[in-house]
Structure formats: structure tokens, C-alpha cells
Design a protein around this ligand. Sequence first.
Ligand code: CO
Length: 134
Amino acid sequence: MIGRLNHVAIAVPDLDAASAQYRTMLGANVGAPQDEPDHGVTVVFIELPNTKIELLFPLGEGSPIQGFLDKNPSGGIHHICYEVEDILSARDHLQSEGARVLGSGEPKIGAHGKPVLFLHPKDFQGTLVELEQV
Ligand code: CO
């Protein structure tokens, strides 16, 4: 059911420093910061030949990324995102198998303008999984 790895998201305590490191030390193609108020994050997209990295930094009060950084002050992998062709049928299948979908269970529009859902990390080996319809 799942397709390509769309991105790996890394929460960072210093967005400028992390962006500069990927640009200069790792030689990656690093985009400009983009605010995503609906998700409480500022995102920097890094294009790799086979996938993307997203650097996440808290935006606004109650950002889910702030809680993550409080527990992981030097940052860390926050979630991974798999592509699916049909997010509603993927959701229905996963729920029928006992997986928990976070939030209302209805897809939101994600950072790439496409519908996304998040799956409970306790149901997936301690990893927060995002599904994105492509
Ligand atoms: Co994501």
C-alpha cells in the first residue's frame, strides 16, 4: 500500500544553523523557511536526489514541535512520511487493522498542499508516521 518515502522530518532547535549546515557542510539544495501556521511549524525543505528532508521549528503557541524539542533539546527525527495513492482508503484499511489515526481522522492539507494524516507512533515501532496522498 505505501509507496515512496516522501520525506524525513527533523525537529531542530536552531533553524538557521541547521539550514546552513545542510547547505555548506553537506552540500544540499536547501530552500527558504516557510511558515505553516495550521501545523504550528516553520519548515525548511531540503531536496535530495531520492527524497526530501524537512527541518521543523516551532511556530506560535502550543506548537507540537516545542514539546518534542523540550524532550529532545538537541533535536531529532520527528516523523517519516510515506506516499499513498488514496489516503481515505489507506486510513480505512489501517483503522480496520487496529492502527490509530491522530486528530479527527480527517486528512489535513500538509506542507506540500496535499492531504496528509498522522498515525500513532505506539502503533508503528515508536515512529510517528505521516501519510501523504500523491
Ligand atoms: Co511531514
